[in-house]
Design a binder for this molecule. Structure first.
Ligand code: GLV
Ligand code: MG
Length: 349
């Protein structure tokens, strides 16, 4: 264990000081683009205006022959684009790949001051984060970057899930974590070939009717990802970082995508990945708190004053704990309202 007094010392001479708190910037959608695809690259400036986070993907979904073009494309786009208040992230190749080292060195050297967060796939334990932490410090020192680049881990191996708490607390750079349901399903030997979402076979069934044993029995599909998302949220919140749902692969099934995103939102996630422009709007809708909930939360906070004691509002008991729930809702709404004039009007700030 590292001495807690040293936890906030830079890991290399000349590297920027680690942050003491992860800033909570809107990140309802992390929109993926392929920097090796000139058509997609051309759309980046206009998409930046619609997104909280744009992520240049270098890992899976980029063909082996395009790995270097993707890295170089990302550097070029990062240099040439004004992202406004949209964050710029990248997903580098995995630590065991032949591309990781050059991804990190080239990106930090050339655009280290423009990249907010580096997403690291297939993180298995705190040792992976310690390595990335030290390497980033060395590269930042060499490049002379002014602020530390943060790290986001993808939770997508069984070992990673087993070590999720240690990963979340492994470095002051840890910004958050995303569920990677496709790789995680493969790693766990789950029997689904989908990218996220539910499965009709994962269900519970009502008991047979004793008077009519052959009658159809009601079933309810369950959420395959509930356990992992809940563990990830606890690990993240306990360590002052943020949890995200990852990809939803069936682009045409916008309704099920919205449901999966909403489950994650209700469980404590702050955003999800978007793999297609249609998913940007879904994430924006789902991860902005509903207007009626925000107005209700404002009313509760107003009527409760300092939040102590217990009162009845519209027949519902309110106390310290419900006051805190309302504060979460109003806090998020206030922050999003600063970015979005429509939301500001709807939330009546
Ligand atoms: C994302 O990377 C996933 O594997 O689902
Ligand atoms: Mg993956």
């Amino acid at each position: 264990m590292r001495n807690p007094k040293d936890f906030f010392k830079p890991m290399a001479i000349g590297a920027p000081e680690p942050v003491r708190e992860i800033p909570f910037r809107p990140s309802r959608m992390i929109h993926f683009f392929d920097p090796s695809n000139p058509k997609m690259a051309a759309k980046v400036p206009s998409i930046a205006g619609k997104c909280d986070v744009l992520l240049g993907n270098l890992e899976d979904a980029i063909q082996v022959d395009n790995k270097i073009a993707a890295r170089e494309g990302f550097v070029k786009i990062a240099k040439e684009t004004d992202f406004g208040d949209c964050q710029l992230w990248t997903r580098v190749n995995s630590l065991d790949s032949p591309w990781f080292l050059d991804d990190m060195s080239q990106i930090v050297q050339e655009v280290g001051d423009k990249v907010d967060v580096i997403m690291v796939p297939k993180v298995e334990g705190p040792w992976d984060i310690h390595y990335v932490d030290r390497l980033l410090a060395q590269l930042e020192a060499r490049a002379g970057t002014k602020r530390p680049i943060l790290v986001h881990a993808i939770l997508e191996t069984a070992l990673g899930v087993a070590n999720v708490e240690e990963i979340a607390g492994a470095s002051p750079r840890m910004q958050g974590m995303s569920l990677g349901p496709a790789d995680l399903a493969a790693s766990r030997r789950m029997k689904t070939t989908r990218v996220g979402g539910g499965h009709p076979g994962y269900l519970v069934r009502a008991d047979p009717n004793p008077d009519d044993p052959e009658a159809p029995r009601v079933t309810a599909q369950q959420d395959l990802w509930h356990y992992t998302i809940a563990r990830m949220v606890d690990a993240c919140v306990a360590n002052g970082i943020f949890a995200y749902y990852g990809p939803f692969g069936d682009i045409r099934d916008t309704l099920a995508c919205e449901d999966q995103f909403r489950n994650a939102f209700l469980l404590g996630c702050v955003g999800a990945w978007s793999l297609h422009p249609v998913q940007i709007d879904i994430a924006k809708k789902v991860f902005s708190p509903p207007v009626d909930e925000v107005l209700w939360a404002k009313k509760v906070m107003q009527e409760m004053g300092d939040g102590s004691g217990a009162v009845m509002i519209d027949g519902k008991m309110q106390d310290d704990a419900t006051y805190k729930q309302c504060k979460v809702m109003v806090g998020l709404a206030r922050m999003l309202a600063e970015k979005d004039a429509d939301l500001k009007a709807a939330y009546q700030f």
